[in-house]
Every structure is written in structure tokens, then in C-alpha cells.
Write a protein that binds this ligand. Structure first.
Ligand code: VGL
Ligand code: ZN
Length: 216
């Protein structure tokens, strides 16, 4: 896959210690994405955006905010079903910072999401009501970017929702599989949130590719 450095942009999703081993919402092997993201930045992408999950204490996506609820249970919110998470990515905490080993020089926009107490925001484009925009689409269009290549955490939540919205908004979306890691919660019938997301996204036109497929 040939990269056009002026129209393709690397989207670094939630590369934060909160989502890595030792963090509050650890994704298995999540820290493995950091050196891969650094190589992608150095080799292919002069332009990058990064998202930062950025929750106030008591955020409604936290199980601790709902008495009697445990992390990874699902509840109904006004905007639809919501999985409850351990408290994570609290504004200003060390876990919410970008990972200290991530090379940030080429990150031209740092987009924070999930800061409204009552609503979660997995996608870089819309909050979980699927209607409140973050402003990213306008930014990318004004800058002339047409395709997003995704790296980061987690493949089946924030990366998946971002890639799905990218396609719906008319961008190309490629998930660089080796540059992402998944939470993979079990679902009915032996499926996981990863297998389900992969199928839904592929049907929508999101491509999954290894970063070894990229060419300058
Ligand atoms: C994420 C769950 C809650 C993610 C963020 O980055 O995928 N997942 N907040
Ligand atoms: Zn979150």
C-alpha cells in the first residue's frame, strides 16, 4: 500500500499508560504499540494526530459512578448501551498523559475526548451518542487529508469506533493491525468484541493491514 505523505495521516489512538500493563484499564501487550508507532512516524507519516482519553473524576463510563455495578458490566445510558470501565485516564493523571516514550514531534493535533461527565467518547470523531462531533472531520478536511491509518488502543473500542466513523464521513480508513492491541471482551457464542468489530468494520469498508504492507 503506497503512502501519499500529504493526503494520508497517522491517527494515534489513546497511546496512554492507563491502557497499558500496570495501568487502570490495561490492554494486554498494549505497550508494544509504542515502538511500532514511533517507527511509523519516522518512516512513513510526516503528519499525525493523536487522541487522548481524558475523563473527569466520576465520569459516567466508570463502574464506580454507579452503585452496585462492576467493571465490564453493560448498562443502558440515554444514548444507548455502555460498558462500564474501571476508573481510567483521569484528567491530569500520569496514566492519562501520552506514553512518555511516544515520539510526539509529528503529532500536529492532540485531540482530547471523553471530557463530558455524562457521555463517553470512544471515537475520535463523535461522542458515543454518535452525533456530537469532536471537530476532527473539519480539521482533516481543511488540511486536505483523505485517508487515516490507525495505530493505538484499543482495536475493538476507540480504534474501531474511530475507523467506522472515518468511513461514514467519507475518509479512507486502514487499521494497522500490528500497531494496535485489543481488549477482546467475551461475547455470546464464542465471539469477542474484537471478532465482532472486525467483521462489522470490514463490511463497512475499513481495511485491516499489517504495517509491513506500507510503502513510501
Ligand atoms: C477505551 C474503553 C474506555 C479505548 C477508552 O481507548 O479503547 N476503551 N475508554
Ligand atoms: Zn475511556
Amino acid at each position: 500500500m503506497k503512502i501519499d505523505p500529504q493526503r494520508d495521516i497517522l491517527a494515534l489512538i489513546d497511546i496512554q499508560p492507563s491502557f497499558m500493563p500496570g495501568g487502570e484499564l490495561p490492554v494486554a501487550d498494549g505497550d508494544a504499540v509504542v515502538p511500532i508507532a514511533n517507527t511509523l512516524l519516522a518512516t512513513f507519516f510526516p503528519h499525525a494526530v493523536a487522541t487522548q482519553d481524558w475523563h473527569p473524576p466520576g465520569h459516567h463510563s466508570f463502574a464506580s459512578t454507579h452503585p452496585g455495578r462492576a467493571p465490564y458490566e453493560q448498562i443502558d445510558m440515554p444514548y444507548g448501551p455502555q460498558i462500564l470501565w474501571p476508573d481510567h485516564a483521569i484528567q491530569g493523571s500520569a496514566g492519562a498523559a501520552l506514553h512518555p516514550a511516544l515520539h510526539t514531534d509529528r503529532i500536529e493535533l492532540l485531540l482530547r475526548k471523553g471530557f463530558r461527565p455524562e457521555i463517553d467518547s470512544y471515537s475520535a470523531f463523535f461522542e458515543n451518542d454518535r452525533g456530537t462531533p469532536t471537530g476532527l472531520a473539519g480539521y482533516l478536511r481543511e488540511r486536505g487529508f483523505t485517508r487515516l491509518f490507525f495505530a493505538g488502543l484499543a482495536t475493538d473500542f476507540c480504534v474501531a469506533y474511530s475507523a467506522e466513523d472515518a468511513i461514514r464521513l467519507g475518509f479512507g480508513a486502514i487499521i494497522l493491525e500490528d500497531a494496535c492491541r485489543a481488549i477482546a471482551l467475551p461475547e455470546r457464542g464464542g465471539a469477542t468484541t474484537l471478532t465482532t468489530a472486525r467483521k462489522r468494520l470490514t463490511d463497512l469498508g475499513v481495511r485491516f493491514a499489517p504495517s509491513t504492507d506500507l510503502r513510501a
